[in-house]
Design a binder for this molecule. Sequence first.
Ligand code: TRP
Length: 348
Amino acid sequence: MTAFPQRVFSGVQPTGNLHLGNYLGAITRFVALQDSHDCIYCVVDMHAITQAVSVWGGPDELKKSTREVTAAFIAAGIDPDKHIVFNQSQVAEHAELAWVFNCVARMGWLNRMTQFKEKAGKHRENASVGLFAYPTLMAADILVYRATHVPVGEDQKQHLELSRDIAQKFNGDFADSIRAVTGGEEFFPLPEPLIQGPATRVMSLRDGTKKMSKSDPSDNSRINLTDDADTIAQKIRKAKTDPEPLPGEEEGLKERPEADNLVGIYSALADKPKADVLAEFGGAQFSTFKTALADLSVARLSPIAAEMRRLTADPGYIDTVLVRGADQAREIARPVMNSVKDIVGFLR
Ligand code: TRP
């Protein structure tokens, strides 16, 4: 087996508001990995346009959301001077490699993707070709940097498995050519998902069995990163619960999805295990717990919201960060893409 140097890659779609689920499920982990890994964090604007224009909001909205996700990365603590932060469409190698992967991946593989089935709904014939091919572009995002580790939420595990299948099939189909061009055995690493932490799945505040989502029609179902303190407190006060007081142990959260979710959010924001949260609040009424959760949420989120406001007030700065990030990303992607061309047999 070829040993590949460790590299982290992940992406966030610029569609609508970022919420607590994005923050706890993804962005805080991006921040944590900076100390141990070389990281590349990408605003995946090409993935955003796979759905109907009405979903992503058109060109002005896309630019605004792209800058907003970038601002959230920086506000949350990602350092664009030490790691690479950029938007996908500025590095053409993503699309180039995605085409090759479209010819490696099989229809049958993509037909199994649950996210496509969910997003396409009943009208599969009406879904864009891009939505169907979404996972091959995602594989290209990762593999054009030969990234080895990918922090993602549970819901992206299937796409990561597909990326591994694509890498493996490419390595196998072109084995002789890879040997001739590079002298090595495998060309692409098999990227590993990094799924960890207590609140990888933040659920809706209105329904503890559904994921917190920007597409939920009720704004009360989510806490947006840009919500002010009053709005955060109000949404938590209104959050669905059950009539029982909080249990003293984790066992007691089973079959209580709303209670489990709020305790999970508290635990992630306080950065301590659920058991510790329950040791503190076991037996308390939700009214008490919700006040503490609201205070904690405001304390953790309002500095980020303030920094995001400061950063987005200066789009020139954000755009400079993205251009510089794209230049750095291209420096890694270009030689990889050149080798892919040689391996496949494209003259250059
Ligand atoms: N599909 C991911 C999501 O919806 C976003 C994404 C695109 C991504 N390309 C990626 C995540 C590459 C990790 C790596 O969350």
